[in-house]
Design a protein around this ligand. Structure first.
Ligand code: CDP
Length: 198
């Protein structure tokens, strides 16, 4: 069975947790595409070359989850050559046998417009910054500034800007507990899959 769940949205909206839970619930494979851009951002040197030569080791290195790596990722992700180098791998993953969940910024709009389910997971900048601050600590005002800066860059770039696909189901998690958000996402996927064969 080929079945793609595309989950897009801004930083710290809950995409990662929802994606992992949906993948586990339906036995699908999961790809956190942000990790690809983070690995390119922290690798240094020419970002296009780093994207073309990305290795599994690059994706496993420490430090990919820091605020700095997020900023480096979003700068590298604005470059068309970087995005182009990562398209084929993501498309193959999305359409691989057995079902796949991909989370990122452009999965439903660019990488897999034919995805069977498209979700756009969002929340207010303040709520997202608070959640990220609980993970990384430090100065909450700085985390909020970082979230806003990255939103502006991701939504404003010319190449594959962050926006909901026209046919995406929007899940605003601002006032939801994470298990409610997961349940909402699982319900959308289950409705599209239909009843399991007897
Ligand atoms: O976890 P968080 O939402 O903070 O970030 P991420 O998903 O790891 O993505 C880091 C950065 O990579 C984003 O701010 C985007 O600039 C970029 N990215 C992208 O352009 N396209 C994707 N499909 C995934 C990430």
């Amino acid at each position: 069975m080929i079945f793609t769940v595309a989950i897009d949205g801004p930083a710290a909206a809950g995409k990662g947790t929802i994606s992992r839970a949906v993948a586990e619930c339906f036995g699908f494979r999961h790809l956190d595409t942000g990790l690809l851009y983070r690995a390119v951002g922290v690798k240094g040197g020419d970002p296009a070359r780093a994207a073309r030569e990305l290795t599994p080791g690059d994706l496993a290195r420490d430090g990919l989850r820091t605020l700095e790596a997020g900023q480096a990722a979003s700068r590298a992700a604005a470059l068309p050559e970087v995005r182009a180098a990562l398209v084929d791998f993501q498309r193959r993953f999305a359409r691989s046998e057995g079902g796949a969940v991909l989370d990122g910024r452009d999965i439903g709009t660019v990488i897999c417009p034919e995805a069977e389910v498209k979700l756009y997971v969002t929340a207010s900048p303040e709520v997202r910054a608070h959640r990220r601050w609980l993970e990384v600590g430090g100065d909450e005002a700085r985390v909020l500034a970082e979230v806003r800066e990255r939103d502006a860059r991701d939504m404003g770039r010319a190449e594959a800007p962050l926006k909901p696909a026209a046919d995406a189901v929007v899940i605003d998690t601002s006032a939801m507990a994470i298990d409610e958000a997961v349940a909402a996402a699982v319900a959308v996927v289950a409705a599209r899959l239909g009843p399991a064969p007897a």
